[in-house]
Design a protein around this ligand. Structure first.
Ligand code: ADP
Ligand code: MG
Length: 334
């Protein structure tokens, strides 16, 4: 059981500052997802919590205790990486037991914990196998098992599902969420995948170039993005941004409208016009891609049962003013 606090946390490599001061109070048992594009500083942030990177400024606290100077093994955390980092010459059982053996945990205790983890992760039939005799999903489970047996207060995950195919990713995502809930362990989870973030997080930290642009519950962030970056990053297909002239807003502002909030109407009837480039019928829904005045791309997400406009056709685009999100020249929500 643990709370985690990050206070004005910064990281520099030489003169280059890559994390510019992140603050968050994480509650006991909370599932926090750190999400953002590649290079925005997600792994660096996580590794500072783990103790694998030094802290340049600010403080990391676990259960109200400063841990900046503590070794990773003294922080009561366990980390799961993208590449699993299993020992190839050891069996599943030995891989899971190894950390406990090093920590000189008594043998019967090790056996009990490994058995319990194997049961939780449905790895019992594979305990004697080597990693190379396992599927990607099973290897990922062993990596999870190795973290679980240590009974940490905090789980740290760095893109743990990136090496799995799409279907398995969805399945493992559900398993991780359930496991975290059942064990009641506080979790910090890094991903570049906004769908993963939306589905796993109690709260997410949306990172933009070393800054936590927004911290909040997934649906709250989706409904109320505080920056142009967050509006464009969270949600798929992404938010459309229209420069002010096209929709009559003050100069320098951009208006964001989500694809699902737009309806296609006859040309001349809408807030703006668009020329249909192409449509992607996906069954339940259709994505219609258009170009609007100012040569801007625009996407409409409509119900699969609605007629699809022909390529090249001029149409009107309309939406409710309530659904508009306005951003100033600094990218912040107005
Ligand atoms: P992410 O995990 O979001 O993809 P990282 O945390 O790995 O991003 O990296 C954040 C930034 O820090 C990147 O610009 C990266 O180039 C830089 N960086 C990471 N590690 C080092 C290092 N050891 N030395 C210098 N720069 C680094
Ligand atoms: Mg990373």
């Amino acid at each position: 059981m643990a709370t985690v606090s990050l206070e004005s946390l910064k990281k520099s490599y030489g003169k280059l500052e890559v994390i510019h001061g992140v603050d968050i109070e994480i509650e006991d048992g909370e599932f926090i997802v750190i999400v953002g594009p590649s290079g925005c500083g997600k792994s660096t942030l996580l590794r500072m919590v783990a103790g694998l990177e030094g802290v340049s400024a600010g403080e990391v606290r676990i259960n109200d205790q400063r841990v900046n100077e503590k070794e990773p093994m003294d922080r009561d955390i366990a980390m799961v990486f993208q590449n699993y980092a299993l020992y190839p010459h050891m069996s599943v059982e030995q891989n899971m037991a190894y950390g406990l053996k090093i920590a000189k945990v008594p043998k019967p205790e090790i056996e009990a914990r490994v058995d319990e983890a194997a049961r939780l992760l449905q790895l019992e039939p594979y305990l004697k196998r080597r990693p190379r005799e396992l599927s990607g999903g099973q290897r990922q489970r062993v990596a999870m098992g190795r973290a679980i047996v240590r009974r940490p207060s905090v789980f740290l995950f760095d893109e743990p599902l990136s090496n799995l195919d799409a279907k398995l990713r969805v399945q493992m995502r559900l398993e991780i969420k359930k496991l975290q809930r059942d064990l009641g362990v506080t979790a910090l989870y890094v991903t570049h995948d906004q769908v993963e973030a939306m589905t796993l997080a109690d709260r997410m930290i949306v990172m933009n170039d070393g800054v936590a642009d927004q911290i909040g519950a997934p649906l709250e962030v989706y409904a109320n993005p505080q920056t142009e970056f967050v509006a464009g990053f969270i949600g798929s297909p992404p938010t459309n941004f229209v420069v002010s002239e096209a929709v009559g807003a003050p100069a320098g502002t951009k208006v964001g409208i989500r694809p699902e909030h737009v309806a296609i109407v006859p040309a001349g009837d809408g807030r703006t016009t668009g020329a249909v480039l192409y449509a992607e019928p996906l069954g339940a829904e259709t994505l219609v891609h258009l170009v609007i005045p100012g040569d801007q791309f625009f996407t409409v997400r409509q119900d699969g049962a609605v007629a699809i406009p022909a390529e090249g056709q001029q149409v009107g685009l309309t939406w409710s003013e309530d659904d508009e999100m306005r951003f100033g020249p600094d990218g912040r929500r107005i």
